[in-house]
Design a binder for this molecule. Structure first.
Ligand code: GDP
Length: 190
């Protein structure tokens, strides 16, 4: 396993890990403004906290959640806009590629990111969920649910629409990523 303890920019390794000792690194990818930070903050339980910004860099969120009766520890990285993007492509155990349903360009960018990711991790079967966020903005929608779903089929990943503003489907998204990670882990062990 990659060692994070040696990386001075992070202290996540000191946090809890799940029953089998795993701490899963989940990376958020996507255009600026699609809602990555909003989704990460909901996951981290800090989205309503005005101090969140001051409390630190605030771009990694680490938390254990119970999924299907079993605990899983996730560290969610909202670092795509600031970090070396090549590094992001290499470090994740799972990826959440976000676009905004109100922004066709961000949807096209999501496909590009999927291709980049596939190239960076050619031999690996990494869990990926394509997320169409801002589903609450009905009147400014530019990408239909069907287009999103079809894209996920082409790129062989899961798909969900969310609204960070309404907290709609956000819990399902993070539970979904845990299930995807477990599925692959189980099939490796069999
Ligand atoms: P990031 O740049 O991808 O991290 O995007 P942010 O999380 O910073 O969000 C960019 C803007 O979109 C902010 O003003 C958010 O309040 C807004 N936003 C994020 N998610 C949603 C959503 O689901 N619905 C609506 N209406 N606005 C959202």
């Amino acid at each position: 396993r990659q060692s994070w303890a040696s990386d001075s920019s992070d202290s996540v390794i000191s946090s809890g890990s799940d029953s089998d000792g795993s701490l899963y690194k989940v990376i958020l990818l996507g255009e600026h403004g699609v809602g990555k930070t909003s989704l990460a903050r909901i996951f981290g339980g800090v989205e309503d906290c005005a101090d969140a910004e001051e409390a630190g860099e605030g771009n990694t969120y680490d938390r254990s959640i119970i999924v299907d009766g079993e605990e899983a520890s996730l560290v969610v990285f909202d670092i795509w806009d600031q970090w070396l993007q090549n590094h992001c492509m290499k470090m994740g155990d799972a990826y959440i590629i976000v676009y905004s349903v109100t922004d066709k360009v961000s949807f096209e960018k999501a496909s590009e990111l999927r291709i980049q990711l596939r190239r960076a991790r050619q031999t690996e079967d990494i869990p990926i969920i394509l997320v169409g966020n801002k589903s609450d903005l009905v009147r400014s929608r530019e990408v239909s649910v069907d287009e999103g779903r079809a894209c996920a089929v082409v790129f062989d990943c899961k798909f969900i629409e969310t609204s960070a503003a309404l907290h709609h489907n956000v819990k399902d998204l993070f539970e979904g990523i845990v299930r995807q990670i477990r599925l692959r882990k189980d099939s490796k062990e069999d």
